[in-house]
Design a protein around this ligand. Structure first.
Ligand code: SF4
Ligand code: SF4
Length: 135
């Protein structure tokens, strides 16, 4: 009877004096692992246009159905996105879109501070994707 009590007290005391595992955010920032998957990025062609060729593989493979793409074609027949959006409010950061891309047009950064006052503000547009995230 007394043995389990002492054992339980021992566990409590052990955790009482253990160092805290939380950090004082935002004064302290967590350093993500290099392969951490967060905010997406769109790479650019040499002429500054998005590298995406609008094959739609990323949107097809996305389990959350949170990628929307509207393509456009130039006079040479090259396709590129006029609109490319990822709804980060629905994204589960699985990375399937990055894996599926045949031209390595998109990637994921370690930028995990994703917030916004509305659901709409969590939609990542093409311009933002082509701008490296701050911090
Ligand atoms: S990381 Fe996964 S859920 Fe998010 S947009 Fe890419 S495929 Fe969709
Ligand atoms: S898979 Fe790559 S090239 Fe194809 S639509 Fe998505 S980002 Fe563009």
């Amino acid at each position: 009877m007394i043995k389990p009590l002492i054992k339980g007290l021992g566990v409590t005391l052990k955790h009482l004096f253990a160092p805290a595992v939380t950090i004082q955010y935002p004064e302290e920032r967590w350093e993500p692992y290099p392969r951490y998957r967060a905010r997406h990025i769109m790479y650019q062609r040499e002429d500054g246009r998005p590298k995406c060729v609008v094959c739609m593989l990323c949107a097809t493979v996305c389990p959350s159905r949170c990628i929307k793409i509207v393509g456009i074609q130039d006079e040479k027949g090259d396709q590129y996105p006029r609109r490319y959006e990822i709804d980060l409010g629905r994204c589960i950061f699985c990375g399937f879109c990055v894996e599926a891309c045949p031209v390595n047009a998109i990637g994921m950064t370690t930028h995990y501070e994703l917030d916004g006052p509305t659901r709409e503000s969590l939609i990542l547009g093409l311009e933002e994707m082509m701008r490296p995230p701050r911090g």
